[in-house]
Design a protein around this ligand. Structure first.
Ligand code: ATP
Length: 448
């Protein structure tokens, strides 16, 4: 097992096994745009579902929301994005490549060593036109974060949900940033998905809730299979904090290019609601009946990237092993995230085996995402399922025709057990749901 997997291996696996393809590939691709293939779409959906379940469905203090990508242009003035959502841009005077000035170690082009221009501020928001006439009045922005859709709906949600503070409002959706430099596969792109929670609390309770959410979010990644040693918490220095933030932590992952942000958890004080109240003229306060007072709540914001999480889950699950002299590539994904839960593999494409194998698939496919595969040798089919992280393969052989039993093979331990077809669904259900997935323990046994 190589110490840390390189990005090239993940990119190649993603292409080969249908997780992620370059966008518009038949036209040569479009820089930093990616399409999720049949396996990728399942994985990404499972990541989003796991977040939604943990943040919204398993809690009674958080509700969900799904707001429009295009919002009133004044939203972005009030939020500070029109004036302040900028990066300093420099051009190389020789090769004309563009760079983020704050990412250059020296003021020369990293590619050709040429002199670079003075930095100028570049707004990262994509602009487009609403309606048929391209005039200034109809300029709208593609949202650069989902959070503002939550703030402008604060009043609607609090009134209709009839919940008391603290209350969280959660959203998953696409965001767009015209990043100056992109790269590292799906780590930094111009179109990406975020999961964001705005958790509104009473002023004074904010610091305690920030600590709470930092821990919750860190543990979420661990529970879903990322090894603790590949995660770290980093508190922002005072000079690094956004002007509106009182405090902020990043959850960083050890990506192949080094420690980089996976998610940020910020204490935004009352900045956003105050700004929107001022700009819209609507009062955005909360009446606390118990304390008999009205105030502008403070907000704690855990904000993460779906695509970055998908990448981290893939990187952390990737393994290469040698088994009986043969190399196998395997994704030790948490079963909750695995694109396919159970593969049904008849020993061969023999016509006697097919009816029973198909029947087994029929019994399972309404409860689990299954894959029926009868092509090539059984060994190659196991390898294929290992590479996409399928936790269990069910093999139907000639003995099965006699004793109505099939074999379940475990992806991680390679252990095989024979079980009655009648009990198969129950056993798989228990295995997929009941057994806690402990990535660190699993890796400890594999590295012996
Ligand atoms: P970075 O410093 O990497 O640019 P950021 O601090 O600007 O990120 P936030 O505004 O805090 O990011 O956004 C919250 C999350 O959204 C990030 O932690 C990241 O997971 C994700 N994200 C932000 N920008 C991108 C991008 N260009 N591509 C993919 N994911 C992104």
């Amino acid at each position: 097992m190589p110490d840390r997997v390189g990005m090239d291996k993940i990119v190649s696996l993603c292409k080969r096994r249908g997780f992620v393809f370059p966008s518009s590939e038949i036209y040569g691709g479009l820089a930093s745009c990616w399409d999720y293939g049949p396996m990728g779409v399942e994985l990404k959906r499972n990541v989003k579902d796991a977040w939604w379940k943990a943040i919204v469905q398993e809690r009674d203090d958080v509700v969900g929301l799904d707001t429009a990508i295009m919002m009133h242009p004044r939203v972005w003035v009030a939020s500070g994005h029109v004036d302040g959502f900028t990066d300093p841009l420099v051009d190389c005077k020789s090769c004309h490549l563009r760079w983020r000035a704050d990412e250059l170690e020296r003021q020369i082009c990293p590619k050709c060593g040429g002199e670079v221009t003075e930095p100028r501020l570049f707004n990262l928001m994509f602009r487009t036109f609403m309606g048929p006439v391209e005039e200034e009045a109809s300029t709208v922005y593609l949202r650069p974060e989902t959070a503002q859709g939550i703030f402008v709906n604060f009043e609607n949600v609090v009134t209709t949900s009839r919940k008391k503070l603290p209350i969280g409002i959660a959203q998953i959706g696409k965001s767009f940033r015209n990043e100056i430099t992109t790269g590292n596969f799906i780590f930094r792109t111009r179109e990406f998905e975020q999961f964001e929670l705005e958790y509104f609390v009473r002023p004074g309770a904010d610091e305690q809730w920030l600590d709470y959410w930092v821990q919750e979010r860190f543990n979420w990644y661990v529970k879903l299979g990322i090894r603790k040693e590949n995660l770290r918490l980093r508190q922002h220095g005072k000079d690094e904090l956004a002007h509106y933030a009182k405090d902020c932590y990043d959850i960083d992952y050890l990506f192949p290019m080094g420690w980089s942000e996976l998610e940020g958890i910020a204490n935004r004080g009352d900045f956003d609601l105050t700004q929107h109240a001022k700009a819209s003229g609507k009062e955005l306060t909360y009446y606390d009946a118990e304390a008999n007072e009205k105030y502008v709540p403070y907000v704690i914001e855990p904000s993460g990237g779906v695509d970055r999480s998908v990448l981290a889950f893939l990187l952390d699950a990737y393994d290469e092993e040698e088994i009986e002299g043969e190399k196998r590539t395997v994704l030790h994904l948490n079963p909750a995230l695995a694109p396919i839960k159970v593969a049904i593999l008849p020993l061969s494409r023999n016509e006697k085996l097919t009816p029973l194998a198909k029947d087994v698939n029929k019994r399972l496919c309404s409860s689990f995402v299954t894959d029926y595969d009868d092509s090539q040798s059984i060994g190659r089919r196991y390898r294929r399922q290992d590479e996409i992280g399928t936790p269990f393969c069910v093999t139907v052989d000639f003995q099965s025709l006699e004793d109505e039993r099939v074999t379940i093979r475990d992806r991680d331990s390679l252990a095989q057990i024979r079980v009655p077809v009648e009990e198969l669904a129950c056993i798989l259900d228990a295995k997929l749901r009941g057994e806690a997935f402990n990535a660190s323990a699993l890796w400890a046994t594999r590295q012996k």
